[in-house]
Design a protein around this ligand. Structure first.
Ligand code: AMP
Ligand code: MG
Length: 270
């Protein structure tokens, strides 16, 4: 367990997500009320993480929970992740394979140089299909709170549990909501109409191809942009630009999660 924090250089106060095989297992580990169950039924297996009060403290240790009385749980959809869970038989805490604070790797090629040499075994399940981290919601007392926007959108969640509460003053509950997260080496300039001198450019929508131009989605498709976001940020960074300019991304649907990651990559608190 400690080796995960070590390999990622992850601060001990940032808890991990416990991955389990199914809702029954999750509900034995944590207190899942009706809302948590409804969300799990709607979105599991899939990229939704539910934070709920821990019940079985022996299932997910203190270090993994960063000492919190809550636990973050998810049932992943990827066949390789499911096979690992089936083979292991218990909850598996599994963060992204980046060094802490850097953009999440979405391919084997991006993951291996970050933490590969610190792992006992490395599995290649192909490129990530969603490309963004899971949505994190807290289902505790009071309305459901969105702690981290992600692949499951606000509208999808609200269709199941009604209006969500904001989590702006709630950073402590989800320590991953830190500014300067997901950041490449080069500075990031968001909402840029066009690249400046020496800048790489993450375009969105029609844009002439050229040196230093990485188009998140030439057709302006948010799902495609999400899938490309981190690999393009990394590719742009490798050209050692003065900075990375990023075109405006509409703040709707998946765009909310994309903009959240971009604001953090740029060092603005989201
Ligand atoms: P990552 O493993 O990089 O996807 O990050 C996991 C995310 O879940 C981070 O934002 C954590 O802070 C958040 N998280 C994990 N456990 C909890 C918890 N018990 N309460 C609130 N947020 C949590
Ligand atoms: Mg991560």
């Amino acid at each position: 367990m400690a080796a995960i924090f070590e390999a990622k250089g992850r601060p001990r106060f940032n808890p991990l997500i416990a991955h389990v095989a199914d809702l029954d297992t999750a509900a034995r580990i944590a207190a899942f009320d009706e809302r948590a169950r409804a969300l799990a039924q709607a979105f599991w297996p899939g990229p939704l993480t539910i934070v709920a009060p821990i019940v079985d403290v022996s299932a997910v240790c203190d270090l993994a929970r960063a000492g919190l009385e809550t636990v973050a749980i998810r049932v992943p959809g990827h066949p390789l992740a499911r096979a690992v869970l089936a083979a292991f038989g218990g909850p598996v805490v599994a963060p992204s394979a980046n060094r802490s604070g850097r953009p999440s790797p979405t391919t084997f090629q991006d993951a291996y140089p970050e933490t590969g040499d610190k792992c006992a075994a490395v599995l290649d399940g192909g490129p990530c299909q969603v490309g963004l981290e899971s949505t994190v919601v807290a289902v505790l007392e009071g309305p459901v709170r969105l702690l981290r926007p992600g692949a499951v959108t606000r509208a999808q969640l609200e269709a199941v549990v009604g209006p969500l509460a904001e989590a702006d003053d709630d950073a402590k509950r989800s320590p991953g909501r830190l500014a300067l997260h997901y950041a490449p080496d080069a500075p990031v300039r968001i909402n840029a109409a066009a690249p400046g001198e020496g800048e790489a450019f993450l375009a969105f929508g029609p844009w002439p191809a050229g040196e230093g131009v990485f188009n998140l989605s030439p057709t302006g498709d948010l799902a495609q942009a999400a899938a490309n976001l981190f690999s393009h940020l990394r590719a742009a960074d490798r050209t050692a630009p003065v900075s990375i300019a990023v075109a405006p991304i509409p703040d709707e649907g998946l765009g909310e999660a994309i903009n959240d990651r971009l604001r953090r990559a740029a060092g603005f608190v989201g």
